[in-house]
Design a protein around this ligand. Structure first.
Ligand code: SAH
Length: 193
């Protein structure tokens, strides 16, 4: 892939093929709100987006963006770690989530010590796989160049490789295969049958 293609844009492109109006989606790391905004546009007013972040600041930025674009109606922002998502999504919506996005690492322009951590990211991915509807998709942008990021990525890849291959399909998109520190986009799809 040419180096100037953003993996976040690639994630949006991949999800836009699957996520439709009226669907339910999760942004597991709201950050600056770009993914939440994208998901809210995709699902429309008849759909629902649950957005999670542990930093209040990130949720405030996200809320502001959604308000400006008049997309707040279909979004619920939740100030809690993504490792707890199952408790915050109504049981009726479990196994009915069409897309779940993660953008790992730290919030750009903010405190770099508040960063996603391997154990909680792994727990969140496990739950995400359970909540995902058949034919649904999980995208994770991982940053092995951040402190702790390579360990997080390797642990994720081990967990993903151990998934039941009759249920899940896995693909990795990377900017530069020769540079281990470049971000990667992990795409996990739940098969239809
Ligand atoms: N690294 C990306 C941006 C990532 S933002 C880039 O460079 O563009 C990651 C967000 O995840 C941050 O806002 C951070 O607060 C949030 N986060 C960290 N741990 C979390 C957790 N356990 N649950 C939910 N959000 C978390």
């Amino acid at each position: 892939m040419p180096p100037n293609i953003s993996l976040v844009k690639e994630a949006h492109k991949t999800i836009s093929k699957i996520l439709k109006s009226g669907d339910i989606a999760i942004d597991a790391t709201c950050g600056n709100g770009y993914d939440t905004l994208f998901l809210a546009q995709q699902v429309g007013e008849t759909g629902k987006v649950y957005g999670f972040d542990i930093q209040r600041r990130a949720l405030e930025i996200t809320e502001q963006k959604l308000r400006e674009q008049r997309l707040l109606l279909q979004v619920q922002l939740i100030h809690v770690g993504h490792e707890k998502i199952a408790s915050y999504i109504p049981v009726n919506d479990h196994q009915n989530i069409s897309a779940i996005m993660f953008n790992l690492g730290y919030l750009p322009g903010s405190d770099k010590s508040v960063i996603t951590k391997t154990n909680t990211t792994l727990a969140a991915l496990k739950t995400a796989c359970q909540l995902l509807k058949k034919s649904g998709i999980i995208t994770m942008v991982a940053y092995p160049g951040h402190p702790g990021g390579l360990q997080e990525l390797e642990a994720l890849q081990n967990q993903i490789n151990a998934l039941d291959k009759s249920l899940f399909q896995y693909e990795v998109l990377e900017i530069d295969k020769t540079d281990l520190k470049k971000p990667k986009l992990l795409v996990i799809s739940k098969k239809l049958s």
